[in-house]
Design a binder for this molecule. Structure first.
Ligand SMILES: Nc1ncnc2c1ncn2[C@@H]1O[C@H](COP(=O)(O)OP(=O)(O)OP(=O)(O)O)[C@@H](O)[C@H]1O
Ligand SMILES: [Mg+2]
Length: 487
């Protein structure tokens, strides 16, 4: 007890001494007064210096201080081009931005008028990210313009159409993810076949199936799978229209399956025949850097596009489920065309919501934002699916828009007045990038080799050349230029 008291006293005395020392030290030190030493060199007015706050554009402020620049998104990512305000390089990579916490949804919406350079930008973004280990998938390419790119990067374009030898078998087992056991794989193949035939039937029927029709398909499918090593669609159709007597003792199953049987028959014998009626001649190889489904030969038949894309989406989904599948771009070029099919839109929406889970970045390309309002009728499920695609895209790139479209675009995307006025003035390859709530105006730069590979103007320039030949005199400078003559 006594010892404690003595220790406390000693501690108190020590603190007192330290305080005393600090006070002496402060007295001894000489600080300059906060307002400077008195005298003419103080350069102080008796009043306070007061400047009103001023806000202005970077263009004006650069007159006073020229080194203004946008902070940018960092230097990691794929080179796109130059920031038109700062002049710096602009890079973009959805996976890098996601890892940095700048975006939470790796999906992109790209809108711009015809010929503004949208497809070229998409091609640049994906080809330039292939060296970083990303893969590319174009689930439907109605113009066939990604075929040359796919071949150039060592990938494959699957070209389907009437009169071509290519066949797609919807009953294919598809890609087997590495982690599945035999039993799990068998269960997955069975359910995938059932789902896919169901989805195809619904697309052709243009309505949802009844429970009776589900049963009819299921019975026919089981019988077809049991009877052949490589089951094909004609076997299923045949068994739906004429089931085994054992399965259908009273003839009611035949009756239940009549509508769905005839709908599917269109795919093997009717107007949609010639694509699905044999074993597959092509294989979806997810290990390739790029796979594109070239629909240019069937572009006039919207049911066929829908059916083909349903099949290919099912293939792709199985590849995406593989944990070793890596990261992938999924490009929906000419999306306004693809979005008119309810079954495809539903699949697309599911993939957009699961983008982070699958490690994919979806890109949707169309002409104007009001294209999304033309999907389905007002208030329908289709319309709300289309607008949810926009809501789930945190990167919105707007290429040139006609002046009558800018107001709608500004409202939908929350653009400022300056950004809105900018949209009709953008030229080819220039776009307004809205990444979350930041904006950039970017000039996309193409390498001459890319320019040659991505060119989509060949037909237009070729035709105008013919007209020019007839209409211009032989010695006009323009003619000389087109002919490649030296002036
Ligand atoms: N960044 C660019 N720099 C120079 N030229 C470009 C650029 N981007 C595109 N172009 C030119 O514009 C042409 C049309 O581009 P692209 O096919 O990408 O347009 P688009 O917007 O996809 O058109 P559409 O709406 O018809 O699909 C290209 O063939 C190319 O010659
Ligand atoms: Mg295009």
């Amino acid at each position: 007890m006594k010892l404690d008291k003595a220790a406390r006293h000693a501690r108190k005395a020590k603190y007192r001494q330290e305080r005393e020392d600090a006070r002496h030290e402060a007295h001894a030190a000489a600080f300059l007064p906060a307002w400077g030493e008195p005298g003419p060199a103080q350069l102080r007015t008796p009043g306070h210096f007061w400047l009103p706050k001023h806000q202005d554009t970077t263009a004006t402020l650069a007159g006073a201080y020229p080194f203004l620049a946008e902070g940018g998104l960092g230097a990691d990512g794929v080179f796109v081009g130059s920031d038109m305000f700062g002049g710096a390089s602009f890079v973009y990579d959805p996976w890098v931005l996601y890892a940095a916490g700048i975006i939470t949804a790796p999906n992109i919406v790209l809108a711009g008028i015809v010929g503004s350079g949208k497809s070229s930008l998409a091609k640049s973004l994906y080809t330039r990210s292939i060296p970083f280990g990303r893969r590319v998938y174009v689930p439907g390419d109605p113009k066939g313009e990604h075929t040359a790119v796919a071949e150039a990067v060592g990938g494959k374009a699957i070209r389907l159409g009437h009169g071509l030898a290519t066949r797609l078998n919807p009953l294919d087992e598809g890609y087997r993810p590495s982690h599945l056991t035999d039993a799990e794989w068998l269960a997955q193949v069975t359910s995938r076949r059932r789902d896919l035939i169901g989805a195809l039937a619904e697309t052709v029927l243009d309505r949802t199936m009844t429970p009776l029709e589900h049963t009819a398909i299921d019975v026919a499918l089981s019988s077809a799978v049991a009877s052949a090593r490589v089951p094909i669609l004609p076997m299923v159709v045949e068994r739906i229209l004429a089931p085994d007597c054992v399965d259908d003792p009273d003839g009611r199953l035949t009756e239940d399956g009549r509508q769905v049987g005839h709908a599917l028959r269109r795919l093997v014998a009717g107007d949609l025949a010639g694509l699905f009626d044999g074993p597959s001649t092509v294989r979806f190889d997810p290990s390739l850097p790029m796979v594109s489904l070239d629909l240019s030969a069937v572009a006039e038949n919207s049911t066929l596009i829908s059916v083909l894309m349903t099949c290919s989406s099912a293939w792709m989904e199985s590849a995406l489920l593989d944990p070793e599948g890596g990261q992938r771009w999924v490009i929906y070029d000419e999306a306004w065309r693809l979005m008119s099919h309810p079954a495809l839109l539903r699949r697309m929406d599911a993939q957009w919501r699961l983008a982070r889970h699958y490690g994919i970045a979806n890109m949707l390309i169309f002409h104007k934002l009001t294209d999304l309002d033309n999907v389905g009728d007002q208030g329908t499920a289709m319309r709300s699916l289309a607008s949810s695609l926009l809501a789930n895209a945190e990167t919105r790139i707007i290429y040139r828009q006609e002046s009558d479209q800018t107001k709608g675009a500004a409202e939908t995307l929350g653009l400022t007045g300056t950004e809105m006025k900018l949209l009709p003035t953008l030229s080819t390859g220039q776009g307004l990038w809205r990444i979350k709530d930041r904006s950039f105006v970017v000039q996309h730069q193409l390498h001459p080799a890319e320019m040659a590979l991505f060119d989509t103007t060949a037909r237009m320039t070729q035709e105008s050349r013919g007209i020019t030949n007839e209409m211009t005199s032989h010695h006009s400078p323009r003619h000389a230029y087109l002919e490649g003559e030296q002036p």
